[in-house]
Design a binder for this molecule. Structure first.
Ligand code: ATP
Ligand code: MG
Length: 547
């Protein structure tokens, strides 16, 4: 096999890996992405995948999908399936799929080995007692009275634990390390607990389950993981990770490297909180477009490329920080600006009639002006149009360049029109604007000599289709509420629905297609029954910085 070469390091993880390659500690690179199947993946996991899959790819190595299923009461097959789908959507391919539960027997045997070597003991203290004898950051802990049980007795008790002789919490297996260690994680940590629970894969085969800190280094080693990349909260656990590897004689011992979690302003990613939103029906489900889950982001219409681009731009750091949500939006906008077709829809329609125009004509419309290969398509123009209510003003403020009485404006890709009159409805609000058009002002061939400052979009009333437009705001109110309970920070009006008029072209597009609705934003097209739905992916401008 060809030797793996060092790469030009773009972060500290790659520097460490390069060192390990140069020192001959490893000859090829393997990582793993280790979700716990107790919920849906979120945008933070995208960063973890970017780091794990991305690093392996860069070195021509492998990345496994490793389900950390040591916690049977919370795990479900539904989540396993959703996690797989989300990884594929993001564009990653794992080398091998495995589960902590695949290694339960091996993990058990390693525990026997620890017991035989006098490095683990069965303890009868309750969880509460263990906590109370752990000591503090400044004071050592107290040794368990069961610490010096004989190997023989420990083997017998551990065997009985496995056989189901004891109730949950009645006994546990602890590593025998050092109750005076400055690192609390090394103070005889619990490595097995009794839990009479049905596991989503192993059923009732086991009633003892290994703890994460003990199982993870074993699973990494068994898979051939060379670099176990995880988030910073595991930094204090690394001495225990190393203790397990060294004590069990792993060679080569996998190396754990920690990096900063992704935190986004105004966004809570914890599964507990997201689950609460779903269970209390504050959102439509795990894939609600407002959710920071990957299923939600995908359903929102965000392209996977934009998510990967975001992850690559935020980089991999050793210190925790918070990233502005608007930065994520900027990445989405940038991608869609380059890739999304343009179309027109009017969200709050106002009738506009061109009194001196008869018939209809097909106008050229640029599919995407940022892409010279995108070409044009036809849009039907006619006498009866809709414009946005907000593009006409009865009492225009100074510098109002859109439509006003006796004012001129250009209709996007079409003609300049002049507002001749306005018909008011019973409520005193404009119900219809009557305009004349300037025949010589055809877009691209304007000989009228009239200079207009405003360009507004429109749809043809005779061919328009009804659409439901959905717009979204953050689920949480602004940062000024930070620190308050989420229930007080909930934005209860984060979904807004409008009845709109849209070009018929939108109806023909494949469901899921992203469009730039001109002057409005990026929207995903879909259908519910016969109804056209346009749901907001991201606004056209950065609302965050505008505020
Ligand atoms: P949560 O706290 O949201 O439930 P978790 O850490 O319990 O997340 P896991 O399923 O254990 O979720 O996560 C799988 C991997 O993804 C872990 O290595 C974890 O460190 C990483 N990860 C989770 N959240 C983030 C985040 N915000 N940024 C980067 N990596 C993350
Ligand atoms: Mg976790």
């Amino acid at each position: 096999m060809e030797e793996t070469k060092t790469v030009e390091a773009s972060n500290f993880i790659e520097q460490f890996i390069n060192e390990d390659l140069e020192n001959g500690k490893v000859t090829s690179i393997q990582t793993r992405f280790p979700p716990e199947p107790n919920g849906y993946l979120h945008i933070g996991h995208a960063k973890s995948m970017y780091v794990n899959f991305g690093t392996a790819l860069k070195y021509g190595g492998k990345c496994n999908l490793f389900f950390d299923d040591t916690n049977p009461s919370k795990e479900k097959t539904e989540f396993v399936d959703a996690i797989r789908a989300d990884i594929h959507w993001l564009g990653y391919e794992w080398a091998r799929e495995c589960y902590a539960s695949d290694f339960f027997e091996t993990i058990y045997e390693f525990a026997l080995k620890l017991i035989r070597e006098g490095k683990a003991f069965v303890c009868d203290l309750s969880a509460e007692e263990i906590k109370n004898t752990r000591g503090t950051l400044t004071e050592p802990g107290t040794e368990s009275p069961y610490r010096n049980r004989s190997v023989k007795e420990n083997l017998k008790l551990f065997q009985e634990m496995r056989e189901g002789k004891y109730a949950d919490g009645e006994k546990c297996l602890r590593a025998k390390i050092d109750m005076a260690s400055p690192n609390v994680n090394l103070r005889d940590p619990v490595i097995y607990r009794i839990l009479h629970a049905t596991h989503h894969r192993t059923g009732d085969q086991w009633c003892i389950y290994p703890m994460y800190d003990y199982a993870h280094p074993i699973c990494d080693y068994m898979q051939g993981v060379t670099h176990s990349l995880c988030t910073l909260e595991f930094e204090d656990h690394r001495p225990l990770y190393d203790w397990v590897g060294i004590t069990l004689g792993f060679d080569p011992k996998p190396r754990q490297i920690e990096f900063a979690r992704l935190n986004l302003t105004n966004t809570v990613m914890s599964k507990r909180y997201l689950k609460k939103l779903v269970e209390e029906k504050l959102v439509h489900g795990w894939d609600d477009p407002r959710m920071p889950t990957l299923a939600g982001i995908r359903n929102r219409g965000v392209p996977a490329e934009a998510v990967r681009d975001f992850c690559s731009r935020i980089g991999v750091a050793k210190a925790n920080s918070e990233c502005e949500y608007s930065y994520f939006e900027a990445c989405i906008r940038e991608y869609l600006n380059a890739h999304a077709e343009r179309a027109m829809a009017v969200i709050a329609p106002l009738k506009l009639t061109i009194v001196n125009y008869e018939g209809s004509e097909e106008l050229d419309f640029e599919i995407n002006q940022t892409d010279e290969n995108a070409g044009t398509r036809k849009v039907t123009f006619g006498k009866h149009l809709y414009i946005e209510k907000s593009d006409f003003s009865l009492n225009p403020p100074p510098k109002y360049f859109r439509l006003k009485k006796d004012g001129y404006v250009r209709l996007k890709n079409a003609y300049i029109v002049k507002c001749e009159d306005v018909v008011l409805g019973e409520d005193g609000e404009p119900a219809e604007v009557l305009c004349s058009y300037v025949p010589e002002s055809h877009s691209g061939n304007d000989t009228s000599g009239i200079k207009v400052k405003g360009v507004i979009h429109w749809v043809n009333a005779d061919t328009a289709v009804d659409a439901e437009v959905r717009q979204y705001e953050s689920l949480l109110l602004d940062a000024e509420y930070a620190g308050q309970d989420f229930s007080e920070r909930m934005n209860r009006e984060s979904e807004k629905i409008f009845e709109a008029k849209a070009e018929p072209y939108l109806m023909q597009a494949a469901d899921g297609t992203a469009f730039q609705l001109m002057r409005t934003g990026y929207y995903k097209k879909c259908r519910e029954g016969e109804k056209l739905i346009l749901s907001e992916i991201v606004s056209l401008k950065d609302n965050f910085n505008k505020k």
